[in-house]
Ligand binder design. Sequence first.
Ligand SMILES: Cc1cc2nc3c(=O)[nH]c(=O)nc-3n(C[C@H](O)[C@H](O)[C@H](O)COP(=O)(O)OP(=O)(O)OC[C@H]3O[C@@H](n4cnc5c(N)ncnc54)[C@H](O)[C@@H]3O)c2cc1C
Length: 446
Amino acid sequence: MVPMSDGGDASPYDVIIVGGRPAGASLAARLGAAGLRVLILDRATFPSLPAVSAPFLLPHALELLDEIGADEAAYAEATPRLRAFVLEIGDYFRSVFPFDVEIAGRDYFYTIDRARLDSTLWRNLERFPSVTAWEGAKVTELVREGDGRVAGVVVDRDGAIVECRAAAVVGADGRFSLVARKVDAAITEERADVVTTVYYDFWEGVADYDDSGQQLAQIYSSCDGFSAVAMPTADAKTIVLVQGRADYFAALTGDAEANYETLLRARPRIWRRLAGATRRGKVAGMKRVGNLFREAGGPGWALVGDAYHQKDSIDAQGIYDALIGAKLLARHLIRWRRGEVGWEAAVASYSDEVYAVCKPMFEATMGRLEREIYSAPPPAVAKTMMRWMLTHPEYGRRYAEFVTRRFDPATFLTPPLILKFAAKGAVQRLRRRLGGADPTDPLELA
Ligand SMILES: Cc1cc2nc3c(=O)[nH]c(=O)nc-3n(C[C@H](O)[C@H](O)[C@H](O)COP(=O)(O)OP(=O)(O)OC[C@H]3O[C@@H](n4cnc5c(N)ncnc54)[C@H](O)[C@@H]3O)c2cc1C
């Protein structure tokens, strides 16, 4: 039995959550495990059309999925375990990064099938008796008390309009969040100057990257404002994605399908692998992916996941941020419902903590966009400093630790580290040259 505190004591639910994918479903699981009465609503039905996302799911996110009891065998069914990236920088060089980090007993990552992941998260809620989950339930409006405090939602459920009340409402409803719009949540920080557009499709029969027998994720930066990625995913398919400066995409004249194909054809490093492959034939993606933070909460409401904080997908942090944000919010909502803190204090603590967790990585991601998409390395730099650094084995290890948040992302590339990598890389390259083999051999064009 959870004692009530301030706000909506007569409500049938402690918390209503709008949105039931990574942020919402993981929040509901954590609140349900603590016995809170939760109503979670999603307009989709599961398994649903996947969210627009071509996601690397890295082990720091898998660890959070373990915490809520999500079944890896279900969400990663028929999905290859990946243990390496290959990074190709224009025609200059390539570097293979073994994914050299182990978290929660895993030394691998996935390109996950979102429909499978989201469905697993939704079905996981059946384990919690105090959680009521409605799919096919679209929230259309918020209910407010006389003083403006949010006290519930209006739901369109198969054409039936229902009003549901709770002590608090959480918007876990993604980047176009209705809850954020209805409460006028201010955008507190935004980077509109490094915005990208992303297109992708699913392919079958993509040729292996090489004859090593190892499946790996290929990232090709063409050093012209675009990059392309080939990611082996579930059911022997490969997601092939093109990302680029939003202004460059906007200047293309064709439709999405034509532009996608034209951009791939112009990138032989990727295109050579697609010769015998077939496409699903329906480009998905997003124009102008947002980079922003919103207010995290207010009277009777809170935001989590993309509804609170969005960023470019280049560092593959969206699902982790949604899961860790839900973990932090759950802790404060539970304390609030137990009467240990008031609503304002709970929201303030959540706001501080989630910002502290997300902000450093956000800055690092913005830095990568500036360096890798919004500017091109001069050839002299790409052939020397950059090559020495990126082909150094320690760089690969550090990159794996960076994207799994093993250290403060702000310290990923400090000037002394850059010098250390460059010096070691130059010596190593010289040694290997003298020995006759250079592991950073220039790529062969198909
Ligand atoms: C192209 C692309 C590539 C990406 N790649 C990666 C990656 O490699 N790795 C990674 O970790 N992340 C990646 N992301 C980001 C990731 O997809 C998001 O960060 C993540 O889905 C956020 O989860 P969420 O639960 O906050 O929101 P969402 O997944 O967007 O879920 C929101 C839910 O709210 C529901 N909803 C919305 N409005 C209403 C309403 N009015 N009533 C009821 N329900 C509603 C929706 O139906 C939806 O189910 C990528 C994103 C994009 C666009």
